[in-house]
Ligand binder design. Structure first.
Ligand SMILES: NC(=O)c1ccc[n+]([C@@H]2O[C@H](COP(=O)([O-])OP(=O)(O)OC[C@H]3O[C@@H](n4cnc5c(N)ncnc54)[C@H](OP(=O)(O)O)[C@@H]3O)[C@@H](O)[C@H]2O)c1
Length: 321
């Protein structure tokens, strides 16, 4: 089935990978962007004000979109605490405006959410586990999820976590370890490839266990969710729950790098987030496996795909087209 997808967040890390995989697999992708992304931006785009319901409706009508995938995010946790009203609108209000526009246009809605909607006290929690966010990011994502579940005529929520990959439109964007799992593997690969030590942060107050997935694989599974007319909650993650140290060691092995350069350290001064974080955000996928008809891939398969991505510069989703 051919999809006409209006994509938000296409200039971002995950959105760029999703745009690339969808376009590569025959979807007609239009990126709704808030500023001119420049002449080298690889996909069709339209300046769209996601604060304006009229402009969102016009974007859907101009493009004759059959679906919206909403990946745009205000990725500034400190900013959410500084201006809670603006943050609430950027998450929950924007999701609501997009859902309403989809309902009016008869389009399907897919929302990218996060493993941080949980409190991190479980292990491999499934799609039915009630959320219990610890910080404003998790809370606003959880509230946005509920908008989709309660309000979208045809909508799904795809929770992802531990996302690994390259930023396709800002390849030089700084990538570094943080208190979550994002960018972890390639920042380790950068250090070890240069013969430098990589210190895996160890602190019970940060995100210590996740189910990593590549951004390219997220693209393949979002497309599958559209093909299958999925609704409800999906967990779009890898098959293996890993600690930060396990991920570091597996990455060194798969990328043929010197694992003796891996050390551990406390979180460096100034790098701790100013809010509580979930410790174990590993997710299980029983409902998702049934809805999508495919099982998630293990960590070594994903790391091999990531290595090939680093070598070729192209996203390498594992789920076949
Ligand atoms: N990265 C991870 O590890 C991870 C983990 C779990 C879940 N997720 C989810 O994945 C999604 C994408 O995250 P990401 O890491 O790819 O984020 P990102 O790299 O920071 O990209 C954010 C995107 O949102 C756009 N955006 C922000 N505010 C906007 C607004 N007001 N109007 C229009 N566009 C706006 C940005 O546009 P500009 O380029 O104009 O700034 C950019 O395209 C989010 O829903 C996030 O919750 C990510």
């Amino acid at each position: 089935m051919s999809h006409r997808v209006l994509l938000t967040g296409g200039t971002g890390f995950v959105g760029g990978n999703v745009a690339s995989v969808l376009a590569g697999r025959g979807a007609d992708v239009l990126c709704a962007v808030r500023r001119d992304p420049g002449p080298d931006f690889p996909w069709a785009w339209r300046l769209t004000d996601l604060a304006d319901p009229g402009d969102i409706a016009a974007a859907l009508a101009d493009h004759e979109s059959t679906a919206v995938l909403h990946l745009a995010i205000d990725n500034d946790l400190q900013g959410l605490y500084r201006d809670r009203k603006a943050g609430f609108d950027a998450y929950v209000g924007m999701t609501r405006r997009l859902v309403d526009a989809c309902n009016a246009a008869g389009a399907r809605f897919g929302y990218l959410s996060t493993d941080w909607v949980f409190d991190g006290s479980g292990h491999n929690v499934d799609e039915d586990e009630p959320v219990n966010p610890l910080n404003l990011y998790g809370l606003y994502k959880a509230l946005s999820e509920q908008v989709v579940i309660d309000r979208a005529d045809h909508g799904f929520v795809a929770r992802v976590g531990g996302v690994q990959g390259r930023h396709l439109t800002q390849p030089s964007a700084p990538r570094a370890q943080d208190c979550g799992f994002g960018y972890f593997v390639l920042s380790l690969v950068d250090s070890l490839s240069a013969g430098q030590q990589f210190s895996v942060w160890q602190d019970p107050a940060i995100n210590n266990v996740a189910s990593p997935v590549t951004a390219a694989e997220i693209g393949a599974r979002l497309l599958l969710a559209l093909d299958r007319e999925a609704d409800g909650i999906l967990h779009v993650v890898g098959a293996d729950a890993v600690t930060r140290l396990e991920l570091a060691q597996a990455a060194a092995e798969v990328f043929d790098l010197d694992a003796s350069l891996i050390t551990t350290s406390p979180v460096p001064e100034g790098q701790m987030l100013p809010a509580p974080m979930p410790a174990d955000t590993s997710l299980a996928t029983p409902r998702t496996d049934e809805v999508l008809g495919v099982k998630p891939y293990g960590i070594r398969d994903q790391l091999r795909a990531l290595r090939s991505e680093a070598e070729t510069g192209l996203p390498q989703p594992l789920t076949p087209a």
